[in-house]
Design a binder for this molecule. Structure first.
Ligand code: PEP
Length: 260
């Protein structure tokens, strides 16, 4: 068990990768390889079209499903959108505010906040991504950027709603670059995020789960899981390889070290 009552969460964001056959094969391999660890929640986040078949395939297993985004709207004339309401029967989680959505699809903090609320309305657990880009980091603006992102997404939420959110700290410069943050840097931002929530939502601190994301691999994951405020990982590239992804799941065992 991780610090307090927080359960580890390892989520694999497949992004716009895999054919239908590859998706079934990858999910099957992960299901076989990932030993069922009671303290770890494993979440696969495939492209939209594979969600329903994977929900069928994984029924009865301990592996949960998530979506990579959702619409800010519940239903209506919004061509191409997929609502939280449509996703909710098949998924437990949904990513909101991933830096690729913010950067490539012009999602503003206001849109991210609306998506977060839509996800909560339908009982999904949002994984809210926050993080600074390289320029912001070099300007010493990391915490300023994260404060802004958190405030716009979360300040109108109730304590009960906040308890359903997972935060993923994902420095943009570390995503897909093979250059992860150091565990110490990730810890100091995660600790700051936890304090930010405590100041606004009091008793939330021990329950809020904070993930690190950005070039996590089976080889470097352990370092992130040994620091006190990181409760898992949001994994991109390495989640497309069953051995890598399950190696990251296994690395949570080092959690014991931080409690001793
Ligand atoms: C991501 O896109 O959320 C991510 C963390 O990607 P990668 O692991 O490939 O850096």
């Amino acid at each position: 068990m991780t610090v307090g009552e927080r359960r580890w969460l390892i989520a694999g964001n497949w992004k716009m990768h895999t054919t239908y056959e590859e998706a079934l094969e990858l999910a099957g391999a992960i299901q076989q390889r990932c030993r069922s660890l009671p303290d770890v929640e494993v979440v696969l986040i495939p492209p939209f079209p594979w969600i329903v078949p994977l929900a069928e395939r994984l029924r009865g297993s301990a592996i949960a499903l998530g979506a990579q985004t959702c619409s800010a709207y519940d239903q209506g004339a919004y061509t191409g959108e997929v609502s939280a309401r449509m996703i909710a029967p098949f998924c437990q989680y949904v990513i909101v505010g991933h830096s690729e959505r913010r950067r490539l699809f012009a999602e503003t903090d206001e849109v991210v906040a609306a998506k977060l609320r839509a996800a909560l309305r339908y009982g999904l657990r949002p994984i809210l991504c926050v993080g600074e880009d390289l320029e912001e980091r070099e300007a010493g603006a990391t915490l300023h950027v994260i404060e802004h992102q958190l405030r716009l997404a979360c300040e109108a939420l109730s304590l009960a709603e906040c308890k359903r959110i997972i935060i993923a700290y994902e420095p943009v410069w570390a995503i897909g670059t093979g250059r992860p943050a150091t565990p110490a840097d990730a810890q100091s931002v995660a600790e700051w995020i936890r304090r930010w929530f405590v100041l606004r939502f009091g008793e939330l601190d021990e329950q809020l789960r904070i993930l690190y994301g950005g070039s996590v691999t089976a080889e470097n994951a352990r370092g992130f899981f040994e620091v006190p405020d990181i409760d898992g990982a949001l994994v991109g590239g390495a989640s497309l390889d069953a051995a890598q992804f399950c190696g990251i799941v296994e690395a949570t065992r080092s959690a014991k070290a931080r409690l001793e």
